[in-house]
Design a protein around this ligand. Structure first.
Ligand code: ADP
Ligand code: ADP
Length: 228
């Protein structure tokens, strides 16, 4: 599903954010990417989404070799992956329903499909009754659930979450992590970058630890670890 082969990423200012990255994440896996701030987690996810391009090596996602992907193909890549961010990234002037529907509209889905799929996605995250609310009327945890509903509405094979609980209190963080775990149990591959030790330790999932741009540990049913 996801493969990094000898990846090095250097930003234009000379910062080497990742080096010597070899990594395979199989279909149906749930993996945490852990590490302190600045270790390279976001860069790894940006390479996956083709928001950034590798300096050396190759990233393969869903059968796409990202280094050779032309801009025209990027929407096809992104259609196969849901993305969730720390700051939710909802559209403030659209309702919950419209935020989720928008993800389908931009991929030119049929209105009939949208009317069927959006309520299903909202039901999955337990927010059917908030369909007509605006983001500012929701708690942080609810906003993140909307973002997850939106990320799933096109039935992606892969869900990528960058610090999804970073703006949430512990209780809401747990709700979000449980939800991501349910999504994984339904067959979606899930990759979560986080520096929240308590969550990682409790989940006993695969842990890929990054430090200063290198993978220092890759462990099934792992713990956050105390390297840092
Ligand atoms: P993390 O997500 O673990 O906090 P990042 O991937 O954001 O780490 O950052 C890894 C390193 O790359 C850091 O040293 C950071 O300052 C640097 N970096 C990130 N983005 C850029 C950029 N656009 N230009 C230059 N350096 C960057
Ligand atoms: P939190 O527990 O994250 O602090 P809030 O106290 O903001 O959450 O919200 C608690 C409940 O009240 C949530 O279900 C939220 O949707 C609802 N709510 C909060 N603000 C508004 C509002 N302006 N209009 C309608 N519902 C709201």
């Amino acid at each position: 599903m996801v493969e990094f082969i000898d990846v090095m990423k250097r930003y234009p200012n000379g910062t080497v954010a990742l080096k010597g990255i070899n990594l395979k994440i199989n279909k149906g896996d749930f993996a945490f990417i852990v590490g302190t701030s600045g270790s390279g987690k976001s860069t790894l996810l940006k390479l996956l989404m083709k928001e950034e391009t590798v300096t050396e090596g190759e990233v393969i996602v869903n059968g796409y070799q990202l280094s050779t992907l032309v801009p025209k193909q990027i929407p096809y890549l992104r259609r196969g992956m849901g993305m969730v961010f720390q700051d939710f990234r909802l559209l403030p002037n659209k309702t919950v329903y419209e935020n989720v529907a928008f993800a389908m509209e931009i991929t030119e889905c049929l209105p009939r499909e949208i009317r069927r799929q959006v309520p299903m996605s909202l039901a999955l995250v337990g927010l059917s009754r908030k369909a007509n609310a605006y983001p500012h009327q929701l708690s942080g945890g609810e906003q993140q659930r909307v973002a997850i509903a939106r990320s799933l509405v096109n039935n992606p094979a892969l869900l990528i979450a960058d610090e999804p609980t970073g703006n949430l209190d512990p209780e809401n963080s747990w709700e979000i992590v449980k939800l991501l775990s349910e999504v994984n149990q339904r067959g979606t591959t899930v990759i979560v970058a986080t520096h929240e030790k308590s969550i990682v330790d409790a989940m006993k999932k695969r842990v890929i630890a990054i430090d200063k741009g290198k993978i220092i540990r890759d462990q099934q049913k792992g713990l956050y670890g105390d390297e840092d």
